[in-house]
Design a protein around this ligand. Structure first.
Ligand SMILES: [Zn+2]
Length: 330
């Protein structure tokens, strides 16, 4: 499906070519990334929405649903696409993939049907596993046209991420863009091999990874933060005129660490997600259903809480609180 296909050819503008389609200034397209059919012979098409402004500028990709059960990012992208209807792009191009892992989304699962995590198969290959083929399709048919990527995630299972961004040490351009995004926290995190972050960092493209809320849920605070940050980045890149609000100043954290359950039992968090805590502070309690003594979950270091496990029942060793050390960067 496409609109305004009759637009005059403008040879003075930069070529924006995605999925074999040349996108001209002012055009809107919904293209399809095709990877594989279901075993029911149903063709799976992954919609890629493209909106190009009237003048040249950066190409921004909003990516969500890399993990099929992370819905917050999907709704965030939907809200931005809704915004663009009433606030057309001034320049540049917006590419939106609200649900990359359609296979996982259909089953409301993080992984692909074979259990593979798509985010461990970049840059992928045309003849590999389904995860590898999907990664390869994105890398070869969409990413070459893109300058900046914002990748939206949520905590797995019951782990609720306080809204934050993650960047790779040494990737100063992405860190600068993360500051523009202006989340509550920015975490310097080690890069996982074969993740989309590892791939994009190696290609030199600017990449912002947002974490907020938890899987299989719509968390308004997380969605609001992601929507605000993306709006700020779009204004910074010139896609929209701005800025629309003032910077609050993100807290930088690094060397994050999980506080784990000292025993199995019923878990009650005490400290709020996002709180700044001191070493030795009691973060939560685990109680014994049979009346034995409760145990405290304490902070083994000072820091900011990046994530709280919201599971009511936990096993010994389960990850409960994710702390990031601060202050970090100058
Ligand atoms: Zn994710």
């Amino acid at each position: 499906m496409s609109a305004n296909l009759s637009a005059d050819k403008d040879t003075s503008c930069t070529l924006v070519r995605i999925l074999g389609t040349s996108v001209k200034p002012g055009e809107e397209h919904v293209l399809d990334l095709q990877v594989a059919r279901l075993y029911t012979r149903t063709n799976i098409e992954i919609p890629v929405v493209v909106r190009r402004g009237l003048t040249d500028g950066p190409v921004l990709l909003l990516l969500a649903g890399v993990h099929g059960d992370e819905i917050n990012g999907i709704d965030t992208v939907r809200r931005i696409l809704d915004d663009v209807k009433s606030r057309p792009l001034e320049r540049g191009t917006l590419v939106a993939i609200p649900i990359l892992n359609v296979f996982g989304f259909l089953a409301m699962k993080r992984a692909l049907p074979d259990g593979r995590d798509l985010n461990r198969f970049f840059p992928g290959s045309a003849s590999g596993s389904l995860a590898s083929r999907l990664a390869h399709a994105l890398v070869t048919e969409v990413l070459p046209a893109v300058d900046v990527v914002i990748d939206l995630h949520s905590g797995a299972d019951q782990r609720y991420n306080h809204p934050h961004l993650r960047y790779t040490e040494g990737d100063e351009a992405s860190l600068e863009l993360s500051r523009v995004f202006d989340p509550p926290l920015i975490l310097r995190a080690s890069v996982r091999p074969r993740s989309i972050r590892a791939h994009l960092t190696s290609t030199g493209k600017r990449y912002v990874l947002f974490e907020g809320g938890k899987a299989r849920s719509l968390d308004n605070d997380a969605i609001r933060e992601a929507h605000r940050g993306i709006t700020r980045v779009m204004e910074h890149l010139g896609l929209w005129n701005g800025p629309s609000d003032s910077e609050r100043g993100a807290v930088n954290v690094h060397d994050s660490k999980w506080m784990r359950a000292p025993m199995s039992g019923l878990f009650q968090p005490i400290m709020d997600n996002g709180s700044q805590v001191e070493q030795g502070m009691v973060l939560g309690l685990i109680s014994d259903p049979y009346g034995g003594d409760a145990k405290q979950v304490k902070a083994t270091m000072a820091g900011h809480i990046l994530c709280v496990n919201t599971a009511p029942v936990v096993n010994q060793g389960d990850a409960l609180f994710h702390l990031g050390l601060a202050p970090a960067l100058p």
